[in-house]
Ligand binder design. Structure first.
Ligand code: ZN
Length: 306
């Protein structure tokens, strides 16, 4: 009897929750069942936590923090030949040289470990974070851990062990030449587990110039994939990186393990649950249009010559 019950429960689990690995909704199908985002807490309890990422950043609710000065980037100019891999959830590039970030309200120095991306379908909405409800076509995550640690596993057990820099992309009319190395490599890693060596690049080439990085948002959150550890200090930059439509579409050529297009690999938005999102001195606040009309009217009144 008990054995039957166990068997029944095992079947119900498979039918309702999917079985095996975690996946994005875009990968889920009846013949390939997996734990889609609403069931990630079956893969890891952390995913049901109260400080999860990504979040929608409502700019008028952010709090300005004068300690959020420009970050200090060190060795971001270092040119390296990284290994790029389709890991079945994203494309990821390992960073093995000591590129670090500090300042900007961070409690210590963090070193870069890897970077990866989240995107939509053929240039459609695909970022994880959103700003006032706007979803950008893609988002870059440069993952760092405190310099004192030698592996990410240890860093993830520290409440502030990991610092991720998030950058949005926007569609531009001309291709971004600095992305040629990365985008050319995608052709060689279409199937899951495909990997190849990138032609030499520097992290600094992938992100906007330093003088355009003074506006950013900061909050405490989690990894956006299982195990969803709540050990991430998030920095989300306002200034997007330009890519042409063709460059954005190249990411949709990649494949999940089951052969379906690797697209829409972003986690659904998570509730803030009372957390505050802080903004640096430079970050813009969206003024409501009603307020703007009043401000303009007052402005006109004042400027009317008597
Ligand atoms: Zn990510």
């Amino acid at each position: 009897m008990q054995q039957q019950l166990i068997l029944y429960l095992a079947c119900a689990w498979t039918l309702c929750a999917g079985s095996g690995d975690w996946c994005y909704q875009s990968q889920f199908s009846c013949d390939h069942q997996c734990n889609a985002p609403e069931n990630w807490d079956h893969a890891s309890r952390n995913c049901a936590g109260r400080s999860q990422s990504p979040v929608n950043i409502v700019t008028r609710k952010t709090m300005k923090d004068d300690r959020l000065t420009p970050l200090k980037f060190e060795n971001y100019q270092h040119i390296f030949r990284g290994l790029i891999k389709n890991n079945g959830h994203s494309v990821q590039v390992g960073v093995s040289h000591p590129s670090t970030i500090s300042g900007g309200g961070l409690s210590t120095t963090y070193k870069a470990v890897q970077f990866h991306l989240h995107w939509g379908n053929n240039g459609g909405p695909g970022s994880e974070h959103t700003i006032d409800g706007e979803q950008y076509p893609m988002e870059l995550h440069i993952v760092h851990m405190k310099s004192q640690y030698s592996d990410l596993g240890t860093a993830l057990r520290d409440k502030e062990g990991v610092a991720v820099l998030g950058f949005f992309y926007e569609m531009s009319n001309s291709p971004n030449r600095k992305y040629e190395s990365l985008i050319n490599a995608l052709r060689n890693i279409k199937p899951t587990n495909g990997n190849t060596t990138l032609s030499p690049i520097a992290l600094a080439e992938l992100i906007p110039p330093e003088q355009n990085l003074t506006s950013y948002y900061r909050y405490k959150g989690s990894l956006t994939t299982p195990d969803c550890s709540e050990s991430v200090v998030w920095t989300v930059f306002e200034n997007p990186i330009p890519l042409s439509m063709d460059q954005l579409k190249a990411f949709s050529e990649l494949r999940f393990q089951n052969g379906k297009p690797l697209v829409k690999n972003f986690r659904p938005l998570q509730p803030l649950n009372g957390r505050t999102v802080f903004r640096s001195g430079g970050a813009a606040v969206m003024i409501s249009s009603a307020l703007l009309v009043v401000a303009l009217a007052v402005g006109l009144e004042v400027s009317q010559p008597n």
